[in-house]
Write a protein that binds this ligand. Structure first.
Ligand code: HEM
Length: 424
């Protein structure tokens, strides 16, 4: 690679956020398991090689429970999702280990089987078309605010069983939770994330309560929250707190990730005309199998989850030749692993027909993404419909002017202005 930094790169600056890949290439080569101080002040190990990353994701000596963090209570409060601690939402899948993890994951996994998700396909198609209808006649759009952002939130609301009249509130809280530039250019103020999480927590408690009462009258509702309540009522040992934490993590894990899959995916296609032409040919042929493979490559090439969520060593371990002390936080850099030349041929090239593409974009091991079948459905439907309905879609901004959001875990654009021939 020509633009490999000559010396240790500075991480987590705005410049790094816009293109972290050269810095990751340097780390993979010179410091594959690298101790760094994060912007929050927390010290953590970054794992950047594919083989080490895969091993770490499956290593049972790396716990997901923040109580294993050796730092004091103040340090602990800096890891995890902002606001989850104060809103009493800690007991979710990404913070727990077996046997609790096994029990809770079993309860929700039936909602995410490929068959259940396929039943959801007409609804995702309808949402996608409705969003495109709203801007198709204008000839311009911001694909993040008007398309990538609302689609997953409405899909998850439907899945959870949030009534239609409450979904716009949900959309606003979700926007604040990811520090999104809100429509109209406002950014979430300091403390706004925790406040939004708290409001959503209050809403979920009320919704769970309401659904529990309604369920008495009818056993028919098959949304996810009703399913969780029914499971707990039938002796599956699910507390109200666990049910709320589950709804919360489904929203949190399933929302910004999918926004970024659609945003990063559309951006990559718009920047690579030859690959985009192949994608459009497959859309015209309705070749769903090829399109599914193409979406996997978009995930590998510039995936939504740049760094997997926190892990903590429960005992001293050696990873990639590096000694890691008990209690140390370990962050697996999926974006670096998925560009490792030891694993992928020409890793910095987008090749939508790539075979042998076992990327780590959905993680690996027992915390492998529960929502992957839904994410795949949403990503494929959104990108294919967009390019079918707006075939001359093009970027309406200089790529150098586009800003990326600067969070630690996720990678996604703030805005994606596009133009196309208006279709009244
Ligand atoms: C876990 C990626 C969409 C629900 C994960 C993990 C990754 C990931 C990397 C593992 C994190 C770790 O081990 O630290 C993605 C990507 C998505 C996506 C790239 C979109 C393109 C979704 C959706 C849902 C979802 C749509 C549900 C509605 C979850 C849940 C977990 C998870 C519940 C935790 C699983 C566990 O701990 O057992 N996801 N995700 N994700 N994801 Fe996704």
């Amino acid at each position: 690679m020509s633009d490999l930094p000559a010396s240790a790169p500075t991480l987590f600056t705005w410049e790094f956020a816009s293109d972290p890949y050269p810095a990751y290439a340097w780390l993979r080569e010179h410091a594959p398991v690298h101790r760094t101080t994060l912007p929050s002040g927390v010290e953590a190990w970054l794992v950047t090689r594919y083989a080490d990353a895969r091993q770490a994701l499956a290593d049972t000596r790396l716990s997901k429970n923040p109580l294993h963090h050796s730092d004091d209570a103040q340090g602990r409060s800096k890891v995890g999702i902002p606001g989850e601690r104060s809103a009493n939402l800690m007991t979710h899948l990404l913070n727990i280990d077996p046997p609790d993890h096994t029990r809770l994951r079993r309860l929700v996994s039936k909602a995410f089987t490929p068959r259940r998700v396929a039943e959801f396909a007409p609804r995702v198609q309808q949402l996608t078309d409705r969003l495109i209808d709203d801007f198709a006649a204008r000839g311009t759009a911001d694909l993040i605010h008007e398309f990538a952002f609302p689609l997953p939130i409405y899909a998850i609301c439907d899945l959870l069983g949030v009534p239609a009249e409450d979904q716009d509130d949900f959309r606003d809280w979700a926007g604040m939770m990811i520090r999104h530039d809100l429509p109209g250019g406002k950014r979430t103020p300091r403390g706004g994330v925790a406040r939004a999480v708290k409001r959503m927590r209050g809403y979920l408690a009320e919704l769970i309560h309401r659904k529990r009462e309604e369920l008495g009258a009818s056993e028919q509702d098959d949304d996810l929250i009703s399913g969780l309540i029914r499971a707990s009522d039938h002796g599956e040992h699910l507390t109200e707190n666990e049910a709320a934490a589950m709804a919360f993590i489904l929203l949190f894990a399933g929302f910004e990730t999918t926004v970024n899959l659609i945003g990063n995916g559309a951006y990559a296609l718009l920047r690579e005309p030859a690959q985009r032409a192949r994608f459009q040919d497959a859309v015209a042929r309705d070749d769903q199998e090829w399109l599914s493979g193409a979406v996997e490559e978009l995930l590998r090439f510039d995936g939504p989850v740049e760094i997997a969520t926190w892990r903590f060593a429960t005992e001293p371990i050696t990873l990639g030749g590096q000694r890691i002390a008990a209690g140390d936080p370990v962050l697996v850099v999926l974006a670096a692993a998925d560009r490792d030349p030891e694993r992928f041929r020409r890793p910095d090239v987008l090749d939508l027909s790539r075979a042998d593409n076992q990327h780590l974009g959905y993680g690996h091991g027992i915390h492998y993404c529960l929502g992957a079948p839904l994410a795949r459905l949403e990503g494929r439907t959104a990108l294919a419909t967009l390019l079918r309905r707006l075939p001359d879609l093009r970027l309406a901004a200089d790529p150098d002017d586009l800003r990326w959001r600067g969070g630690l875990i996720m990678r996604g654009l703030r805005t994606l202005p596009v133009e196309f021939t208006a279709r009244p």
